[in-house]
Design a protein around this ligand. Structure first.
Ligand code: B12
Length: 191
């Protein structure tokens, strides 16, 4: 990792997109094919986390401008957070203040935080078909409390159509697109 960053002078985002993400996905495929088992998959996920922690400071720029406040969380029952963590760093890079609540977070805790922090956007991550519906709970609670903040969603198993069926304001398939979606949601807000 240090070799790629310092000796090869690789772009840190390329390390994430062309090294770390394909790596964890390959581990997932091997797991699906029963060539890897849970310990190997966990090891791969831990390695990804450690590697990401090394590149993270090189991805983060000084958050000079304040583009808006985003509360981010992986929904209740879901412990997948690799993708969410990448989305957090990308949004921070683009000047958003990101409040990352972590993983396995209850709908009420997410909406409480959004209210307290006066968030412009809530970003939700879910990686399993069993936890995707939890996003709907958050969306309903935002409406129930009359909050103005928008909700954008993401995670490998999600689709644009499913996001719409949940009533989400935005969906992105990856971290780069998440930055665009956030920008779009905020410009709609001003209009
Ligand atoms: C790594 C991994 C794990 C790790 C997680 C470690 C961690 N800290 O995250 C470990 C080993 C712990 C794990 C556990 C489990 N896993 Co798992 N896991 C994966 C795997 C292989 C990769 C996920 C990943 O990190 N991808 C890389 C990241 C970068 O991609 P990403 O998360 O999609 O994020 C990107 C986009 O989606 C988007 N995005 C993500 N979040 C957000 C949020 C917003 C707001 C926006 C805009 C965008 C966005 O941007 C990100 C960056 O570009 C996937 C398979 C796969 N190919 O997806 C299975 C997978 C998600 N796991 C699965 C399962 C079933 C489980 C377990 C239940 C297994 C078990 N039997 O115990 C447990 C879950 C326990 C729980 N309660 O949550 C299934 C889900 C199946 C389904 N359809 O529901 C999958 C799909 C594997 C499979 N094919 O069966 N897993």
């Amino acid at each position: 990792m240090n070799h790629a960053l310092h000796d090869d002078k690789m772009d840190p985002l390329d390390i994430v997109n062309h090294g770390l993400i394909p790596g964890i996905e390959m581990a997932g495929e091997l797991y699906d094919r029963k060539q890897y088992f849970l310990p190997q998959l966990l090891r791969a996920a831990e390695t990804m986390k450690e590697a990401f922690a090394i590149v993270k400071p090189y991805l983060s720029q000084e958050a000079g401008q304040n583009m808006g406040v985003i509360v981010l969380a992986t929904v209740e029952g879901d412990i997948h957070d690799i993708g969410k963590n990448i989305v957090a760093v990308m949004l921070e890079n683009y000047g958003y203040k990101v409040i990352d609540l972590g993983k396995d977070v209850k709908a009420a805790d997410i909406v409480d935080a959004a209210e307290k922090e006066q968030a412009d956007i809530i970003g939700l991550s879910a990686l399993m078909t069993t936890t995707m519906p939890k996003m709907k709970d958050v969306i309903l609670l935002v409406k129930e409390r009359g909050l103005k903040c928008r909700v954008m969603v993401g995670g490998a198993v999600l689709t644009e159509e499913y996001a719409q069926s949940l009533g989400a304001d935005g969906y992105s398939k990856d971290a780069r697109a998440a930055v665009k979606t956030a920008g779009k949601l905020l410009s709609q807000e001003e209009n």
